[in-house]
Design a binder for this molecule. Structure first.
Ligand SMILES: CC(C)(COP(=O)(O)OP(=O)(O)OC[C@H]1O[C@@H](n2cnc3c(N)ncnc32)[C@H](O)[C@@H]1OP(=O)(O)O)[C@@H](O)C(=O)NCCC(=O)NCCS
Length: 282
């Protein structure tokens, strides 16, 4: 099946939405999510989250063959979106940071995804930034990060590790009791644009967990992304998937209006502030 294991990316930074696109988008997403998006101060954040909703609906529609009007998404008590009222339960996860919103989806096994823009911390020097983050990573991970000669290479490795850890945590749910420094990754192969690395190993409490696969890539020179897949249970062996960059037209090709289009939402989106500089956070 064509859509049982997908990786999609959308360049939110380049997307300058028209009134018509936003009106259409407002008719595809659930009212409570539209209200949540409307509360963002910055247009960048509102666009990222809106694109995430459209990605989820497209994936559910195509993977589980559910018409748009029957797709109902809920959130669990940690905020993680999932499909309600369906016998088929495709797993999907979105991440938005830097210039992109991405989705990883799989019909058979749980997925998690995380994207990070590789850029120096704002208002902090790199040693201070690493010091603040000290407890988020294991000794092995820090020695890998610090093994790179230049500070920018260390930052790139830091964000690679960050994506790996978040993709795992987002897959299993953030209610985990294990401290983040006991979730430790051992990377072997450098990342490159248009290449997928799958030989990174996960250690939990110092025990190798080879029931997990991580697909890592660079979407471009500045964006690292990691997808986690759990190979226990329904797992079906699949080729690692490259990310496909979607246009807005691609994103809504199959979409059908489910709700009244919302002119007020559209106007409010268009007058939201745009961030003057982009930061590593949301
Ligand atoms: C909740 C959390 C998982 C979100 O991740 P994030 O990196 O801030 O944001 P991302 O852009 O990657 O993902 C956001 C999207 O993930 C989804 N999401 C929200 N809560 C989630 C959860 N508990 N689990 C998985 N996905 C979740 C949503 O779709 C959300 O977008 P939306 O609200 O616009 O729909 C994260 O903030 C968190 O609490 N992590 C805990 C672990 C930690 O501290 N890690 C530090 C780094 S090593």
């Amino acid at each position: 099946m064509a859509f049982e294991n997908v990786r999609w990316a959308f360049n939110v930074c380049e997307w300058k939405p028209s009134k018509e696109e936003l009106l259409a988008a407002s008719s595809y997403i659930q009212p409570e999510e539209k209200d949540r998006i409307a509360r963002f101060i910055f247009q960048d954040d509102a666009k990222s989250s809106l694109i995430g909703r459209l990605l989820m609906k497209k994936f559910v529609h195509l993977s589980a063959n559910i018409p748009y009007e029957l797709i109902k998404l809920g959130r669990d008590d940690t905020g993680k979106p999932y499909l309600l009222e369906s016998k088929v339960l495709p797993s999907f996860n979105v991440s938005h940071q830097g210039d992109y919103t991405v989705l990883a989806g799989n019909l058979h096994t749980n997925v998690g995804v995380d994207i990070m823009k590789i850029e120096p911390p704002v208002n902090k020097n790199i040693p201070d930034f690493f010091r603040i983050m000290n407890r988020q990573f294991s000794r092995h991970e820090w020695s890998t990060i610090r093994s790179y000669p230049s500070e920018m290479q260390q930052v790139a490795c830091f964000y690679r590790m960050w994506c790996l850890k978040e993709s795992y945590v987002k897959n299993i749910g953030i209610g985990i009791t294990i401290p983040l420094d006991l979730i430790s990754f051992s990377v072997q192969t450098p990342l490159k644009v248009n290449g997928i690395v799958t030989d990174t190993k996960l250690y939990l409490n110092n025990v190798l967990r080879d029931d997990w696969i991580f697909e890592e890539t660079l979407l471009d020179e500045k964006h690292a992304v990691a997808v986690s897949l759990n190979t226990v249970g329904n797992y079906v062996t699949m080729e690692p998937q490259p990310f496909t960059l979607l246009s807005f037209e691609d994103l809504v090709r199959e979409a059908r209006p489910v709700y009244q289009s919302d002119a007020r939402f559209t106007e409010d989106m268009l007058i939201k502030k745009v961030k003057e500089f982009r930061t590593t956070g949301h």
